[in-house]
Design a protein around this ligand. Structure first.
Ligand code: APR
Ligand code: ZN
Length: 257
């Protein structure tokens, strides 16, 4: 890591320790090291599937099987994916009392698997499916994907992954909690998001407008870096986040190891 990185890392550690009220916003980049492809960029999911077709609610109702073909392909990865050091670092920061809410755009459930609390699933989760007819909810593991689309166990209706599709609203409770978290935090750690999809992409700007320090972790600049970010920690989340926790521990030896 270059000297410049070390300086920025120290500033980020000082910020989290000083404010003790940091919100986290994560995107697909934090799960890349867990084997889950991001959406955009090289090797992204959207290189293979057109989101406007397979995760658009209107198309889903017209041709649910197309979405389920994609979901069946990634379901295996999502169900067996394990949290990586970046997810565990966030849980550690919560245990140190430095991080409160974890707002995630991801639908893989890895923050909860890593033991994080206060996880706000801004785009829902594919670890569950919901019936569009009777609203019954089942864990993805219980679904037999031999027949697509799988029928609801209760009413035979249309089952849909409980993730927010394009054309659907963000779950109101998640939207409200994320906005409160963004307005009340004193710092926001933005990890692994291209910052291209609204309304999640506006949360760092909302935090900043309330005086928060914005720290970004990403191997490359995002749409937020130039406009909103105060401290840019250039690197992979699975490498940077454990270093940030180590830097914080070095600065506060009295904290429980
Ligand atoms: N560590 C940190 N960031 C990484 C890593 C890594 N190891 N690898 C890639 N990234 C970064 C990329 O540089 C990019 O900025 O993660 C980001 C991934 O961007 P996207 O694929 O656009 O994912 P995201 O920002 O979460 O997309 C937002 O778009 O399609 C919708 O609903 C979907 O929630 C998703 C939303
Ligand atoms: Zn049903």
């Amino acid at each position: 890591m270059s000297y410049h990185f070390k300086t920025e890392l120290g500033k980020a550690a000082d910020g989290l320790l000083k404010f003790k009220k940091t919100a986290v916003l994560t995107g697909a980049g934090i799960s890349v090291a867990s084997g889950i492809r991001p959406f955009r960029g090289k090797g992204g999911l959207w290189e293979k599937y057109d989101p406007e077709v397979v995760v658009n609610i209107n198309n889903f109702r017209r041709d649910p099987a197309a979405s389920w073909v994609m979901l069946r392909e990634i379901a295996g990865v999502i169900m067996t994916a394990k949290p990586n050091p970046a997810h565990y670092a966030i849980t550690e920061l919560q245990e140190l009392g430095l991080v409160q809410g974890v707002i995630t755009q991801n639908v893989d459930g890895l923050h909860q698997k890593a033991g994080s609390r206060e996880v706000i699933e801004f785009h829902g989760s594919t670890s569950r499916v919901v019936c569009l007819d009777c609203r019954a909810v089942y864990p993805l593991e219980e679904i037999n994907m031999e027949v697509l689309p799988p029928p609801c166990f209760d009413c035979g209706g249309l089952l849909k992954p409980d993730a927010v599709f394009f054309g659907e609203a963000i779950p109101p409770a998640a939207l409200m909690r994320a906005r409160v978290e963004s307005q009340q935090c004193k710092a926001m750690l933005v990890i692994g998001t291209s910052g291209m999809v609204e309304p999640a992409a506006s949360l760092p700007g909302l935090a900043k407008s309330h005086g928060a320090l914005i720290i970004e972790v990403n191997p490359e600049p995002s749409w937020l870096t130039a406009t909103t970010v105060d401290i840019f920690l250039q690197g992979k989340a699975e490498e940077v986040m454990p270093r940030l926790v180590a830097e914080i521990r070095d600065r506060s030896p009295e904290r429980p190891q």
